[in-house]
Design a protein around this ligand. Structure first.
Ligand SMILES: [Zn+2]
Length: 257
């Protein structure tokens, strides 16, 4: 038996909003459409998940990293960066060296590959999954339920893409301010077969596992409020052209039933 809890996500756009999709094969005047699934305009799960993951990482760093003494108040809350020694970029390496992040929680975490201070699954990967290990939260696609895609003909191409103006109007699609996207997020609460239970340390081989849950600081209710509802509601930007004033959003999360 698996027990799930559902959270209703409602995203309202506060400015024009745009996540770019693929130009359809059929003849169209739109050069750069918004993302669709079939004929539905959506926010794809990977976009929302990326923004949620970034929000969680920042929350742990801002709340539990002592910037004066450059130390974690609780070392097992240090999030990971999705890279290892071989794939890390110079900018990411700086963040690791400053102590904000550890290398990615790829699972399994064999003793020979990880120092013991890094052989744990970080709280972000506990919730959203790591390479080789699923998490408790399935971030959904959101469907557009109010508003529609409109051509952004009022913005000149040079302001969008930085290319020559020549009076050409952009054939970009966007979603106007005040539009609404909605979806249902499933969170695993309990699985009788694997023995997983939200807020409890899992029985994982080849890893020190969910070390952050060994203290009594965290439980299911605190995770639901502080790490699920409040963190999703703290996401303020999503999509493209944020530096041009796009992508300001408001998210409300409600527990269904
Ligand atoms: Zn991680």
């Amino acid at each position: 038996m698996r027990q799930w809890k559902q959270f209703k996500i409602k995203l309202t756009t506060q400015t024009p909003f745009r996540i770019g999709g693929v130009k359809p094969a059929i003849e169209t005047t739109v050069e750069s459409p918004v993302v669709r699934l079939g004929d539905k305009i959506v926010v794809q799960g990977t976009s929302l998940k990326g923004a949620y993951r970034a929000e969680l990482e920042r929350y742990f760093i801002d709340t539990f990293f002592d910037k004066t003494n450059k130390k974690w108040r609780e070392q097992w809350l240090k999030p990971c960066i999705p890279a290892d020694e071989k794939t890390i970029s110079p900018d990411e390496r700086k963040l690791v060296n400053k102590g904000f992040y550890k290398y990615s929680c790829k699972y399994p975490q064999r003793e020979k590959d990880y120092p013991s201070s890094e052989r744990y699954i970080c709280p972000v990967c506990y919730l959203l999954g790591a390479q080789g290990l699923i998490g408790f939260i399935h971030v959904p696609f959101l469907n557009l339920t109010k508003g529609n895609a409109e051509p952004l003909a009022f913005i000149r191409k040079d302001r969008i893409a930085g290319v020559s103006a020549r009076g050409a109007l952009a054939k970009f699609e966007g979603i106007p301010s005040g539009s609404v996207f909605e979806g249902i997020m499933n969170v695993l609460i309990q699985d009788d077969v694997t023995g997983w239970s939200l807020g409890q340390k899992r029985d994982l081989a080849d890893s020190l596992g969910d070390k952050w849950l060994e203290t009594n600081e965290w439980n299911k209710d605190r995770i639901e409020t502080e790490l699920i509802i409040n963190r999703l509601q703290s996401i303020k930007h999503l999509g493209g052209y944020i530096s041009k004033g796009f992508g300001l959003i408001d998210i409300k999360v409600e527990q269904s039933k």
